[in-house]
Design a protein. Structure first.
Length: 508
């Protein structure tokens, strides 16, 4: 009898353990099903009935098992509710974060578009005024300085994507062939420099990143230098020798007189400033937040540049060093000044009256057109623009991307598709405040031959149109010659309409 009772107890315990083990997966379902609480209750009831009716389990063990299961179920229910609450909060936070990120991107795009349009309109209005103004030279110089400031602001808006990638550590340097002398002159434009000297050579390096760093350095030299006479100098030179003849070390140097009321700049001070040490804050102006200097060093580090800021007596020297790829000569497209053929006919579409007036003014001043007709005052102009341009002998079409009217918002890329479908033989130009890489790829894919930035000067815009138009004529002539050759062969086929192999990106 003792052995029988012992065996019976073992079977009872094993049965209870087995039932509990089998119920664990079912209990875990509570974390994921909507009817999870009813499922937990149903599993508990089934377990209790099964244990009480089982012939291998004594009544005492069955009651103990039922009570244990009920207690475990209650505890697990409390735990499951807590876990589900945490999971729901995390899921809600992820959704809110995603929605906020998407909303921020949309708001950033809208703000960038609106801001660049307003600055472009303001700069264009001032340019039109200055072209007719014959007042004192001092006032004219001040207004031109306003124009340059507005265009620098538009350039910073254009570089916002690069800044985001730099801050995220995902930026990839983009090398561009440029005239180093022209880069220096563009940065020095509108600034009262004591000395400027730029090496004359063509090279390839990341102009966008260098421009952001040097813009900040020049601004700080005037803003934080000696208030009476900053004596700012800006030079670009080749420093040292390179073992590779195709790569040269370029040094960009900005020097100024130090502010007499501020402490001397030391290496320790710069390190603390970049790292954000609290004891460095007391040496800074009240409104300084170190964002300019810290970002300059961050950008330089991510792009492999060498950056230094030192003070010797009362002279502060900011130096940017990089390795640039040299070019024996300028690219073929840059060896000449491009002039648009006179007598061409232009159609312009823009929803902004100021933009229409500015573009028309620049074309009349720099392009010697046969005619310039502006559209976009109403939504009907958008719907009839392709038909009007196909009916008239139009050579160049300039379209804005975002056209907003009371009846809705329309896209210039839709018109590009219609022009391509209608086999338009002229030049298709997209002039938009949105010029990110994705935007440029979209314009090209839809059929644009030339992309114009709104921060371009009038002369730059017309030169970009001239360059694209001449390229278009050259390729069209080659296409026609190839067509004639094919028609002379027995296996000739009809060729497709001409299209630019590489659309010209006229972005300043």
């Amino acid at each position: 009898p003792d052995a029988h009772n012992t065996l019976h107890d073992l079977l009872s315990r094993n049965s209870i353990n087995i039932h509990l083990l089998f119920s664990v997966p079912q209990s875990l379902v509570i974390l994921f099903l909507r009817a999870d609480y009813l499922l937990l209750l149903w599993c508990t009831v089934c377990f209790a009935v099964f244990v009480l009716l089982s012939p291998n389990i004594t009544m005492g063990a069955a009651i103990f098992a039922v009570i244990t299961r009920c207690v475990i179920s209650v505890l697990f229910l409390i735990f499951a509710l807590f876990v589900k609450f945490i999971m729901m909060q995390q899921h809600k936070s992820e959704i809110d974060l995603k929605n906020n990120a998407e909303s921020s991107k949309k708001a950033d795009s809208i703000l960038n578009h609106s801001l660049k349009n307003r600055m472009a309109d303001a700069a264009g209005e001032v340019e039109i005024f200055l072209s007719k103004y014959r007042g004192p030279g001092e006032q004219t110089a001040s207004l031109w300085q306003c124009v340059r400031s507005l265009r620098r602001g538009m350039e910073m808006c254009q570089h916002r994507h690069a800044l985001l990638k730099l801050a995220a550590g995902k930026y990839t340097p983009r090398f561009t062939a440029v005239d180093v002398h022209e880069v220096g002159n563009a940065l020095a434009l509108g600034r009262d420099l004591l000395n400027k000297n730029f090496v004359r050579m063509w090279a390839q390096f990341d102009v966008v990143v260098c421009g952001m760093i040097l813009e900040n350095a020049l601004s700080n030299a005037f803003k934080h230098g000696c208030p009476r006479n900053p004596d700012v100098s800006f030079t670009i030179a080749v420093r040292g020798e390179s073992l590779d003849p195709d790569r040269v070390p370029l040094e960009f140097s900005v020097t100024n007189r130090a502010h007499p009321d501020r402490p001397k700049i030391t290496d320790e001070f710069i390190d603390k400033l970049i790292q954000g040490a609290p004891d460095a804050d007391r040496h800074l102006p009240l409104l300084s937040d170190r964002i300019g200097l810290s970002h300059c060093f961050m950008v330089a580090k991510s792009c492999g540049f060498s950056l230094s800021l030192k003070q010797d007596d009362d002279v502060v020297a900011f130096k940017l060093s990089l390795i640039a790829e040299t070019m024996t000569s300028a690219p073929r497209a840059e060896r000449r000044r491009w002039h648009v053929p006179p007598g061409l006919h232009y159609h312009v579409l823009d929803d902004s009256a100021v933009a229409r007036r500015v573009v028309t003014h620049h074309l009349m001043k720099h392009a010697s057109p046969g005619s310039v007709q502006a559209f976009g005052e109403t939504a009907d102009d958008f719907h009839n623009f392709v038909q009007a341009s196909m009916a008239d002998p139009v050579d160049v079409v300039i379209i804005d991307q975002n056209l907003e009217y009371n009846t809705g918002t329309y896209l210039g890329t839709d018109l590009l598709e219609q022009f391509v479908a209608e086999r338009f033989q002229g030049l298709l130009c997209m002039r938009s405040a949105n010029s990110s890489e994705a935007d440029v790829e979209l314009y090209i894919r839809k059929g644009a031959h030339c992309i114009l930035e709104k921060d371009m000067l009038g002369s730059e815009m017309v030169e970009a149109i001239a360059r694209a138009y001449i390229f278009k004529c050259d390729q069209q002539a080659h296409s026609e010659a190839a067509t004639v050759t094919q028609l002379q062969s027995p296996s000739s086929r009809v060729t497709t309409p001409w299209a630019l192999d590489e659309p010209f990106l006229g972005i300043s």
